[in-house]
Structures are given as C-alpha cells and as structure tokens.
Design a protein around this ligand. Structure first.
Ligand code: KDG
Length: 312
C-alpha cells in the first residue's frame, strides 16, 4: 500500500441556485471531506490508498462508506458507532463564485475517533501518511489520535504530508489553531499551506518568507498554494514559482485536496519537488472546473493531458 489518511467525511448538501439557504428548497447530495477527497484523488490516479474514520450507523454513514470503498480505497480500519451521527454540511452559493459553509458536525461520529483505536501495525504497510489540520480540531481525542499517528509514522519511517486546511469554524481560538498546526507542521516532511494559512502560521505575507519560516530541520519541502496565481515551492536545494494551469473556475472547494493528491502522487513516482508541484497544480486546475469535491478529480491520462497541454 502507498498512502494512508484519516479524518471526517461528511454528506454535503448544496444548491444550484445563488440563494441564501433559507430560500433553497432542493439540495444536491454529494460527499465531502478533505482526507477522503485526497484518498479518492490518489485512487483515481491508480494509487493504493487506505482511509479510516468513524461513521455513524446511519444511512449517511453507509452512503459515504459505499462511495469511498467504491473507488477501491481500503476502508478496513474504518469504525462505526451508533452513539453519534455522521456529520453533514450545507454549502451556500454566494455571488462571484463565493461559497459559505454551514457544518452540522459537532459531536459527530468522526469527532469520537480515539487514539486507542489506532492500528499501528496497519500504518506500517504504507509509505506516506497524509494528515490535515481539520482532524485535530474535531475534538481532544481526535487531536490525540493525530499526534499518535504522527508519532507512529515517524517511528515506522513513513513520510508525512501535512495540509494545514484551516477551518475557522472548528477552532476555539486563533492561538489554539496556530499552536497545534505549527506543532504538526514541524513534524511533517512536506507542508502544503495556502497563502492565508502560511500567514497565520508564520506572520509572514510573502510566499518566500512563509516557506523559509516553515522549512525547519527535518522538513524536506514547503509548497505555498497561491490559487489562480500558481504555487511557490522551497526545499534546502531548490525553490521557485510554478505558473498556474489554465482553469475555468466553477467550484474552488476541494482544489487544495486535489493539489495534495497530485503532490503525493508525484512523490510516489519519485518526481523532484518541482515536478510534484507541477502535477499538483494540474490536479488543482482540473478539479476546480467541476462542481463538487471529488467529481472533477481526473484519472492519470486526463492529468497527463493537462500537464502536457494536449487538451481535447
Ligand atoms: O477541502 C474540502 C473540504 O473543506 C470539504 O470537503 C469539507 O472536509 C471538509 C471540511 O472539514 O471543511
């Protein structure tokens, strides 16, 4: 197996209409969750992936499990509970492509994941652990689980890819978010912040300064995502800007997860940091052109067409 990730997946209800949610009468049902998005992105590219979480014993939990398993992802370590529901969230379309999210995930099944449930022997079968800053914000137990998974991955020699994924609605304070996210960043091999996230973590505003501040000993590379402006990458040996791929933006949510999946896929194929960032940027550009978190994720052939510029 190649990549393992864990976190909360949710059912997403969205509307096609540009309306405040109180006026929406019909919703589309889709799946979401940063970590399962990354898992699906990697699986669609042909990688062997494991994902785990805790799902409610309810129709939404069954829906998510069927979806994720349907992509060929190993869900054998996913747990279930009848004591809490599967989380859901609603997405409101605002003008100019802006969206607002409303979570119904407090005390959800996933927030009840516990460090004692981590199967360390299972982690040993992987090369890369992907973590986000969402899981540690779900509950103290989820924070402890994340720390334990990081400790095990280090002991077992897995590379750690960390996407801060700051979700303000989940954190009690900026101080708590910053402390915990910096701790996780410091134990990662690769860190993938957005520009705003980099600013929160380092107090710097320029991609070069953010990357330098995060590139502590033990960190192999930092990639600052700049949205429609591309990305900046830095390691001890190399640094540079990656120009953006052309993209017709329909739905930016999930672009960062597509980016992470592309980046990890590049690492697995032995690419250089720059090549992996190129793959990541192409993934992000493809994903934003389709509504939904996972619907736009490409297969390897589509991704290569984007990278080599031979779009049909
Ligand atoms: O990155 C996309 C995620 O934000 C979305 O799928 C929902 O996981 C989610 C979250 O916690 O916001």
């Amino acid at each position: 197996m190649e990549v393992v990730t864990f976190g909360e997946s949710m059912v997403l209800f969205s509307s096609d209409k540009n309306l405040p949610l109180e006026y929406v009468h019909q919703f589309n049902k889709q799946m979401a969750g940063a970590e399962s998005n990354v898992a699906i992105g990697l699986a669609k590219l042909g990688h062997r992936v494991g994902w785990f979480s805790k799902l409610g014993e309810d129709p939404f939990g069954r829906y998510l499990l069927h979806q994720i398993r349907g992509y060929g992802i190993d869900t054998s370590r996913c747990r279930h509970t009848g004591d809490a529901p599967t989380g859901v969230y609603f997405k409101e379309q605002r003008s100019h492509g802006k969206t607002q999210v409303y979570y119904y995930r407090r005390h959800s099944a996933a927030s009840m994941m516990h460090p004692d449930e981590l199967d360390e022997a299972y982690l040993a079968g992987f090369k890369i652990l992907h973590i986000t800053g969402i899981t540690p914000a779900l509950s103290p137990d989820c924070l402890a689980l994340t720390r334990k998974a990081v400790g095990s991955a280090k002991k077992l020699g897995l590379k750690i890819v960390f996407d801060p994924n700051v979700r303000w609605k989940l954190w009690d304070s900026e101080k708590a978010a910053k402390e915990i996210l910096l701790e996780l960043a410091g134990s990662a091999d690769y860190i993938l912040p957005g520009l705003d996230e980099g600013e929160l973590l380092t107090g710097c505003t320029q991609p070069e300064d953010i990357a330098s501040a995060l590139l502590k000993p033990g960190v192999a590379g930092v990639v600052v995502k700049l949205g429609s402006k591309g990305a900046y990458f830095q390691s001890e040996q190399h640094s540079g800007y990656m120009a953006p791929f052309p993209a017709e933006e329909v739905d930016p949510v999930g672009a960062g997860d597509a980016f992470a999946a592309g980046f990890i896929s590049g690492l697995l194929q032995g690419e250089t940091l720059e090549q992996a960032v190129c793959r990541a940027s192409a993934m992000g550009a493809i994903a934003v052109s389709v509504n939904g978190d996972v619907e736009g994720l490409p297969n390897e052939a589509e991704l290569l067409r984007m990278i080599h510029g031979d779009q049909d």
